[in-house]
Structures are given as C-alpha cells and as structure tokens.
Design a protein around this ligand. Structure first.
Ligand SMILES: Nc1ncnc2c1ncn2[C@@H]1O[C@H](COP(=O)(O)OP(=O)(O)OP(=O)(O)O)[C@@H](O)[C@H]1O
Ligand SMILES: O=C(O)c1ccc[n+]([C@@H]2O[C@H](COP(=O)([O-])O)[C@@H](O)[C@H]2O)c1
Length: 196
C-alpha cells in the first residue's frame, strides 16, 4: 500500500516552514511521497491580496521542483469553490483506493480541527499528522500523529508583508519563488530598489 502525504495549504506564498514540515514527515513516517495541495477558497480565512490561483500553483511548483518526492495535487483548484478537505479526500480515495493518506497540518490547524467540516468522518479517512508551530498548542482530543520537527516561526503573512515593504526574502523561501514574486510584482513587490 502506497503511503501518500498531503500538505494542504493556501501557499500564498509557500515557504520553508511548509518544506521543512513536509520533508520531516516524509522521513519520519517513511512516506512514498508528499503532495502539496493548494486550495481554491480556504474554508476558514480570506485569501489575502487577491492572488490568482495560477500564481499560487506556480509558486508551489517552483518551491518543490528540486525534490522528486514532492509533487503538486491540483484537485481542489480544479473543483473550485470552498475547499472542504472531506470532499477532497472522499474523491482522492475513490481515485486511489489502494493508497493510505496522511494529511499534514501545523499546530494552528490542529487547534482548528473541531471546526472542520465532517471532522469525525475525516479522521477515519486519513491519518492526521501534526507538526508544532510557535504560538499554537498540539493538544487535541482528535487522533493526530505528532511528528517532531524543527519549529519554524514563519508564515506566508510575514512574507507578504516583507515583500510589500521590499524587505529581504532571502532564505525564507526558495530562490526561484522569490524571483517569481519579484518578476510578477506579487504582494506589491518589485517596486523600488531590490532588497534581495
Ligand atoms: N511555519 C510553519 N510551521 C509548521 N506548519 C506550518 C508553518 N506554516 C504553515 N504551516 C502549515 O502548513 C499548512 C498550510 O499553511 P498555509 O499555506 O496557510 O501557510 P500560513 O503560513 O499559515 O499562511 P498565512 O500566513 O497566509 O495564514 C497548514 O497546515 C499550516 O498549519
Ligand atoms: O475542511 C475543512 O473544514 C477545513 C478547515 C480548515 C482548513 N482546511 C484545510 O487545511 C489545510 C490548511 O489550511 P490553510 O488555509 O491554513 O492553508 C488546507 O488544505 C485547508 O483547505 C480544511
């Protein structure tokens, strides 16, 4: 049975927090692969900055291009609308009945689990894998397999703010993604002298 990790996210933009979490879980649980799955409309927050799906997908592709164990999963972008994980996982399991799925979440999402759509059914469809994130608790009544990873105090929000004020993004996300953000003026970046 193939063991497939899924890291769902808004990826606006993807950053080293995502990459480190995915890679650590891949190794710790001996997964065959991890798929980075950009959502369409996030169920629980507004998509900041009106960044088109195409840009979030392309940034995700660029972020993972040097790792053959990583790929993108576009099922939610194709479905469009609000990306409820339960609907996605029902569909993926139908498509790949011989695989087992490990849904990777940071501690902010562990805290939010009680609010996920059909959470009790979802916990039976996937193994939730949790990673720590500074400022959030990993204590939960739901079944979550915790994997110890280096804690990365970084969010896409911080990166959007830095890009908007033309601060350096170096080392916070892969260089090809930084180049893409600047070339396309995403997050209001690329104005004034480059702080790369
Ligand atoms: N620094 C981090 N450490 C651990 N997990 C993270 C980190 N950043 C994001 N994640 C997890 O990755 C998944 C996707 O996160 P998402 O794309 O929303 O990034 P974000 O940095 O939380 O974004 P934003 O700041 O826009 O809310 C979520 O499960 C989230 O908990
Ligand atoms: O299905 C839900 O109710 C649900 C509620 C909150 C978050 N999620 C999913 O959790 C993943 C991380 O969310 P986000 O928006 O913080 O990147 C992403 O795949 C979301 O679609 C799913």
């Amino acid at each position: 049975m193939k063991k497939i990790g899924i890291l769902g996210g808004t990826f606006n933009p993807p950053h080293v927090g995502h990459l480190i979490a995915a890679n650590e879980v891949l190794g710790a649980l001996k997964l065959d692969e991890v798929r980075f799955m950009p959502n369409s409309i996030p169920p629980h927050k507004r998509l900041a900055g009106h960044v088109p799906d195409e840009h979030r997908l392309r940034m995700t592709e660029l972020a993972i291009e040097d790792n053959e164990a990583f790929s993108t999963e576009t099922i939610e972008l194709e479905r469009a609308g609000v990306s409820y994980t339960i609907e996605t996982m029902r569909e993926l399991i139908k498509q790949e009945p011989d695989s087992s799925f490990y849904f990777i979440i940071g501690a902010d999402m562990i805290e939010y689990l009680p609010n996920w759509k059909d959470i009790d059914e979802l916990t039976k469809l996937v193994t939730f894998v949790g990673v720590k994130r500074p400022g959030y608790s990993t204590l939960t009544p739901y079944p979550v397999t915790l994997v110890e990873t280096p804690e990365i105090h970084l969010s896409s929000t911080v990166i959007r703010n830095k890009a908007a004020s033309n601060e350096t993004l170096r080392y916070l996300l892969p260089e090809p993604v930084i180049g893409y953000i600047k070339e396309n003026g995403i997050y209001g970046s690329g104005k004034g002298p480059s702080a790369r």
